[in-house]
Design a binder for this molecule. Structure first.
Ligand code: ZN
Length: 279
């Protein structure tokens, strides 16, 4: 486990420029309209404000580095953390606007110094390593409340290990397990039990519906949209999974023989936060 100290983020753009909030999916469009990437601030900016056509990406105030009520010690380290089937698509990214997600992800990466808070690795484009924002949830099985407790910066390799079910259905279970083993130092035996326990927990949590608590966002001024009705989430998840960008060659190929015997994980959800906020 590596908890990074908060990192100071540039408070102001270069002289004469204005920062924008450009969702990753809209970066090419913004660039075509005149937006330029500021590598120091790791953020798109208007180089000669006001530029016609860039107003739709006008930057909003930063969200605080510590969200109200957020617990940055909650869920430290790397572990399999599959989203219950009945919770799919109640994640943060699907509940806020793309611009708000951009603000949140930028805060998460910035306070972590653009490093992974699980393995400590930094950005490395040449090696295909990028940062992704992941949500840590607390599930109260007594009240049925799924509460967002923390946002965490994970590298794409740690994020894949976290979503082991998704890794499995996209043919990357070996990759995910090898990374989990390397980062945590777990033995094959320990990995087996860890995956088995995570699968049991996933099955139990998937057997019920959950009420979403996003108060750490609402108290920070982010307005969530209404998530899909609980009874519609599994079907929506299945549709999205079929459209997942990564094909699933040999759903559980390699799952055996990696020290986890014949243990097969449940299928997991599509990635919740792939590469958001990076140019
Ligand atoms: Zn990592």
């Amino acid at each position: 486990m590596v908890d990074q100290p908060p990192a100071r983020r540039p408070a102001a753009p270069p002289a004469g420029r204005v920062y924008l909030d450009v969702p990753y999916a809209e970066k090419d469009q913004a660039k075509a309209c005149g937006a330029r990437w500021d590598p120091t601030g790791r953020r798109w900016c208007d180089p000669q404000p006001p530029t016609t056509g860039l107003d739709r990406w006008t930057g909003l105030p930063d969200v605080p580095d510590l969200l109200p009520g957020e617990d940055r010690r909650f869920g430290s380290g790397l572990f399999v953390d599959m989203i219950p089937r009945s919770c799919w698509f109640t994640n943060v990214r699907t509940c806020v606007t793309p611009k708000d997600w951009e603000r949140l992800a930028r805060m998460v990466y910035g306070r972590a110094g653009h490093r992974c808070e699980a393995c400590g690795a930094g950005l490395d484009r040449a090696a295909g390593r990028r940062m992704e924002a992941h949500e840590r949830w607390a599930y109260d099985e007594h009240t049925g409340v799924q509460a967002l407790r923390r946002l965490i910066s994970l590298c794409n390799h740690c994020h894949l290990s976290t979503h082991l079910g998704f890794a499995n259905v996209t043919g990357r279970a070996d990759q995910a397990l090898n990374h989990l083993r390397a980062v945590t130092g777990m033995s094959d035996h320990e990995v087996f039990h860890h995956v088995h326990t995570a699968g049991e927990m996933w099955t139990r949590r998937s057997a019920r519906t959950w009420t979403l608590d996003l108060s750490i966002l609402t108290d920070a001024g982010v307005t969530p949209a209404r998530p899909e009705p609980a009874d519609a989430r599994p079907a929506a998840a299945e549709r999205a999974l079929r459209q997942a960008p990564t094909p699933a060659p040999g759903r559980v190929s390699g799952w055996r023989g990696q020290g986890v015997a014949s243990q097969q994980p449940p299928q997991g959800p599509p990635h919740d936060t792939p590469g958001a906020g990076l140019a």
